[in-house]
Every structure is written in structure tokens, then in C-alpha cells.
Write a protein that binds this ligand. Structure first.
Ligand SMILES: NC(=O)c1ccc[n+]([C@@H]2O[C@H](COP(=O)([O-])OP(=O)(O)OC[C@H]3O[C@@H](n4cnc5c(N)ncnc54)[C@H](OP(=O)(O)O)[C@@H]3O)[C@@H](O)[C@H]2O)c1
Length: 310
């Protein structure tokens, strides 16, 4: 296993869980942060102050490490330029620093959304970052395309699951939609398994989808059934009309622009949410590194520590 890793996005939902997992495994982590860390509490973590805009900080971040995990990214934004600046241009700067410093291995945390770049600004930017990486001279490059990730610290899917555990399923898409999910701890396990593949061992090049392994994707009906099973009480499905969602998304975007905020729900994001097929396939990654997911949605919903309802 690589013993020194440079990590971006360590202050985010996935990155926080990832850095904790790496530290537990005894990995020395150098992590990028845009805000000053409260204290340098852990001797295994060296914080580098800077952003993806800052080539000097990125050189410092990746200098001498065995592997780089690029987990920073914009997941919400009020315009295309924001996604492009962070996800495309910022990623390119990191790839360039990685090459300048001669770091052999890089893992890009892309997204299943990159499979459909036409759907949203976010999806386009994740796809374009992958393309930049593919055309760079990076020696060993792996791209993870996780589907929607949930778990402790998540702000996006939590309301859906909390409402479900109260007996209501707010459906944001047609009932035949096929969704997929991945618990953050399974994603962390996949990244750590990737690290086990040393440069002299099997190369893990290419792009890999990740989900919790539920075959054929979850329909809204199935999610309601799982919720009812875990609650031991019925779940009522509440389809939100497409027109109402579109109006809400448009209003949210206008408000966010007015307040200079980064919105999650926008008309762009809605196209992603309502896409009919987010089924996923782990088989390529399982073949490449032997990782398989361990946590089903049913198990996670049953764990009250994660989805406690007052
Ligand atoms: N969550 C999901 O369901 C999901 C699914 C598939 C793929 N992904 C990908 O996984 C990655 C992490 O997602 P997340 O859910 O953990 O998002 P998040 O909670 O919003 O965290 C984003 C991270 O990126 C950092 N960041 C953003 N802009 C940056 C910049 N210009 N320079 C340096 N750092 C910057 C943030 O730093 P600050 O703390 O300073 O803001 C934060 O650490 C993203 O690349 C995302 O596309 C997420």
C-alpha cells in the first residue's frame, strides 16, 4: 500500500471520511485545504493551505508522495463557469503539478454523471476533467465514477432518507426511473483497495463505475418497499409533478444568484435527477482490484445512528 498520499477535497463529505480511513490505516496524508485547519492535531496529516487555483500549493501538495487522490470538486453552482473553473481547470492544474513532481499514480474522483455530459453543467465538467486526464502524460491513472453517495456527513441525500424513515417518499422522477446509491464507507474502502495496488504490482488504469451492487437499480417503488420494511410501517409515495419541480429549481437558481450562493437544485440538476437510468456496474472494478461493496441501502437505513429521526 502507498504510505504517502496527497488528497484534495479532504474537508468535504467524502474527503473527511476518506482522510479518517487513510489515517486509521497508517497512511501519511498531505491534504489541501482552502481554510485554515483548526489545529495540526494528527501527526499523520500535513495540511497544505491553498486551492486548485494555486499551482504553487499544488506542487507542494504532491511533491514526493506515492499517490494522489483528487476528491475536490464543485458539486453545486449557479453557473457553468463555476463548475468549469473548479472541476476542469482546477483538475488540469493538479494533473500538471502531479506530472511536474513525477508522482506515478493518480485517482480521480469523477462521477457517474460523467456518463451523460449532456445532462448538466456538473456532468459536463466531470466528463471534461476525465478527458483532460486521458490526454495528459500521467503514467498510471484511475477514474472512479461513483453514483450518488450517502452516509454520515452527507447533506444531499439525507433529507430523502430521513423523510422516508418518517413514512413519506418524495419522488422527484417518474416511477420507472432506475436509481443507484453507494455508501461513503464502501467508496472509502474502494479508494484504499486501489492504494494497495503498488506501481510494481497490477496497474489499474481506466474508468470504473461504483455502486452498492443492487442489481438493475432501485425503482422508487423498491425504495418505498425497503423503507416500509425497515420502519415496520407503511411508506406513502408522493410524486412531485415535473412542472412544480422545474418552477422550484428555477426559483432556487434565481434566489441563489441574487444571494451569491451555490445552489444544489437548479434546472440543470433536475435533468440529472430525472434521468431515467442510473444503473451501474461494479464488475470492472471488482475484476481490477477485488473490491466489492459491503453496505446495502437496507442495512444503512436500518442503522439508526445514520438516519436517526427525532
Ligand atoms: N457526493 C456524491 O454523491 C458524489 C457522487 C459522485 C462523485 N462525487 C465527487 O466526489 C467529490 C467530493 O464530493 P463531496 O460530496 O464530498 O463534495 P463536498 O462535500 O462539496 O466537498 C467538496 C470538496 O472539494 C473542495 N473544493 C471545492 N472547490 C475547491 C477549490 N477550488 N480548491 C480546492 N478545494 C476545493 C471543498 O473544499 P471546501 O471545504 O474548502 O469547500 C471540499 O473539500 C467531488 O469531486 C464530486 O464530484 C460526489
Amino acid at each position: 500500500m502507498a504510505t504517502s498520499v496527497a488528497l484534495t477535497g479532504a474537508t468535504g463529505f467524502i474527503g473527511r471520511r476518506l482522510i479518517a480511513g487513510l489515517v486509521r490505516d497508517g497512511v501519511q496524508v498531505r491534504a489541501l485545504t482552502r481554510s485554515a485547519p483548526a489545529t495540526q492535531r494528527d501527526s499523520q496529516v500535513e495540511w497544505i493551505r491553498g486551492s486548485l487555483d494555486d499551482a504553487t500549493a499544488l506542487d507542494q501538495l504532491v511533491d514526493g508522495v506515492e499517490a494522489v487522490i483528487h476528491c475536490a470538486g464543485a458539486v453545486r453552482g449557479a453557473n457553468e463557469a463555476t463548475f468549469r473553473r473548479i472541476n476542469v481547470d482546477g483538475s488540469r492544474r493538479l494533473f500538471e503539478a502531479t506530472q511536474r513532481q513525477g508522482c506515478a499514480r493518480l485517482l480521480l474522483m469523477s462521477s457517474l454523471a460523467a456518463r451523460h455530459p449532456e445532462l448538466s453543467w456538473y456532468a459536463t465538467s466531470k466528463y471534461e476533467a476525465e478527458q483532460r486526464l486521458a490526454s495528459s502524460a500521467q503514467p498510471v491513472v484511475t477514474v472512479f465514477r461513483p453514483t450518488a453517495v450517502y452516509g454520515p456527513g452527507d447533506r444531499e441525500l439525507r433529507p430523502l432518507f430521513e423523510t422516508l424513515m418518517r413514512g413519506w417518499l418524495l419522488m422527484t422522477g417518474p416511477s420507472e426511473t432506475r436509481l443507484s446509491f453507494l455508501h461513503v464507507d464502501d467508496l472509502v474502502a474502494a479508494a484504499k483497495t486501489w492504494l494497495h495496488h503498488s506501481p510494481s504490482g497490477a496497474r489499474v488504469d481506466g474508468s470504473f463505475e461504483l455502486h452498492d451492487g443492487y442489481p438493475g437499480g432501485y425503482t422508487w417503488t423498491r425504495i418505498a418497499e425497503i423503507g416500509a420494511g425497515v420502519r415496520g410501517a407503511p411508506v406513502r409515495r408522493l410524486p412531485i409533478p415535473a412542472g412544480m419541480l422545474r418552477a422550484l429549481a428555477q426559483a432556487n437558481l434565481m434566489l441563489a444568484r441574487g444571494l451569491n450562493r451555490s445552489p444544489m437544485l437548479t434546472p440543470e440538476k433536475l435533468r440529472e435527477l430525472r434521468h431515467h437510468d442510473w444503473t451501474c456496474d461494479n464488475s470492472a472494478l471488482t475484476r481490477a482490484i477485488g473490491w466489492t461493496p459491503q453496505i446495502t441501502l437496507e442495512q444503512a437505513l436500518g442503522d439508526r445512528r445514520q438516519w436517526a429521526v427525532d
